[in-house]
Design a protein around this ligand. Structure first.
Ligand code: ZN
Length: 428
């Protein structure tokens, strides 16, 4: 049970495809080593473990992994990278999880696997050009030069164009693995998407998530069951909810807005509390990241240590630190936005639960633990049209935040609209 693909919970069919592709890639790499210059297609019968005629097994230089947040798209991309570099002599066990290549890829320290994570609000074109250039080099120890672009939807237009250029004519030894929420043109340009082989991950089921939390993380079964049922298919989120009281209280605050918004006396205080707690949560996350990073940079600049004369930093380091601060500030904004967005997704899901109850649909609730307290009473009190307006208000708020509207204004506006929708006297 050490193969890297074992960690793709609930995605067995995709794991099989990726394994087959990695085996095909291995055959192709041998051919390139032997001086082949012809096409990239490897006949199926040359790939061990793949039935003849199974054409999905050909090799592709650009891949697009899509799936909702938490479905594990970057994990899947990383596992695939490990399988591509895997040194196990047994090609039916690519991604063995035990060889040096597998271990270093999974630890994100393999010299020929680059992770690109847009840390600020978007990935700039300059950074992308550097990556593209580095990716064009021949691999060092690995079989391929691999670039994993996480959150490819956060590329700027110019950065996406720089990437497109190299994806259109990839160096023979380079593989690009892009990750994005969906193939919607908002997330990935149509041309870029058309150059990639698409891997669509699905959200794991609550039962799958529960099993991972118990078996892998050793969590209490009752806690695991609850977290899996309310996490919206997001394993990382389930783990946080099960282990972090702050995450649980943040969720309570978001969900309590559904009720608070219908009363003028409580609406704005609740909205303010939500924004404030999201800011505090984001600050805590960012501070932790910043501190480690700043220390690391100071050490790299030669200011580390406590010995005599080590306190003075070399010329130019102030500029580098300032640059780092700028990047950290941009990241803090993004973390804050992500935390608040998570809360809004929770809230929208709660109105959706009430709507489901109201129309009597046989669909699993997103917040089953709030059925008796909130969704069922809400469904008894508001008509489906009203609940739909509430969902819309929340989605519009997410969009406003995305357009850089100040969180306080966006959330206040949302609360006002939810209040109006719920109080509206529906014509009989
Ligand atoms: Zn391996």
């Amino acid at each position: 049970m050490t193969n890297v693909f074992d960690r793709l919970t609930g995605q067995e069919a995709i794991a099989d495809d990726l394994r087959a592709a990695a085996r095909a890639a291995r055959v192709l790499a041998h051919r390139l080593d032997a001086g082949a210059t012809d096409g990239l297609f490897v006949p199926d019968d040359e790939i061990p473990g793949v039935d003849a005629g199974w054409s999905r097994a050909s090799m592709t230089h650009s891949w697009l992994f899509t799936g909702p947040p938490g479905s594990g798209r970057s994990v899947a991309a990383t596992c695939f990278a490990a399988a591509l570099q895997c040194q196990s002599p047994d090609s039916s066990n690519v991604g063995c999880g035990e060889c040096r290549a597998c271990v270093t890829v999974m630890a994100k320290t393999h010299a020929d696997v680059r992770h690109v994570v847009p840390e600020g609000l978007s990935l700039a074109v300059g950074a992308m050009r550097d990556i593209v250039q580095a990716a064009a080099r021949r691999p060092g120890t690995g079989r391929w030069q691999i670039v994993i672009v996480e959150d490819a939807d956060r590329l700027t237009e110019q950065a996406a164009n720089a990437l497109l250029k190299v994806v259109e004519e990839p160096p023979p030894r380079t593989v690009f693995l892009l990750c994005a929420p969906s193939v919607d043109p908002e997330d990935i340009s149509v041309t870029l998407r058309s150059r990639c082989r698409h891997v669509a991950l699905v959200s794991p089921s609550p039962a799958d998530i529960e099993r991972v939390l118990i078996e892998r993380d050793g969590l209490d079964p009752e806690q695991a069951h609850w977290a899996a049922s309310v996490c919206g298919g997001h394993i990382g989120r389930a783990r946080r909810l099960a282990t972090d009281p702050d995450a649980r209280s943040q969720r309570e605050k978001a969900l309590s807005l559904a009720r608070a918004a219908s009363r003028d006396s409580t609406a704005y205080a609740a909205a303010e509390e939500l924004v404030r707690s999201a800011e505090a949560a984001a600050k805590a996350i960012s501070a932790e990241l910043d501190e480690a990073e700043t220390e690391e940079m100071k050490t790299a600049l030669g200011a580390g240590g406590t010995g005599k004369g080590t306190a003075r930093m070399p010329r130019g380091s102030a500029g580098a630190l300032k640059e780092l601060e700028k990047r950290q500030k941009s990241r803090a904004t993004r973390v804050g936005r992500d935390v608040l967005d998570r809360a809004l997704v929770d809230l929208a899901a709660l109105f959706r639960d009430a709507l489901v109850v109201g129309v009597g649909a046989k669909v699993t609730a997103m917040h089953p633990d709030k059925s008796d307290d909130i969704s069922i009473p809400l469904a008894g009190y508001a008509r489906p049209e009203q609940l739909l307006s509430c969902v819309e208000a929340v989605l519009d708020c997410r969009e406003a935040l995305d357009m850089n509207v100040k969180p306080k204004f966006a959330v206040d506006d949302m609360v006002a609209r939810i209040g109006l929708a719920l109080k509206r006297k529906v014509d009989a």
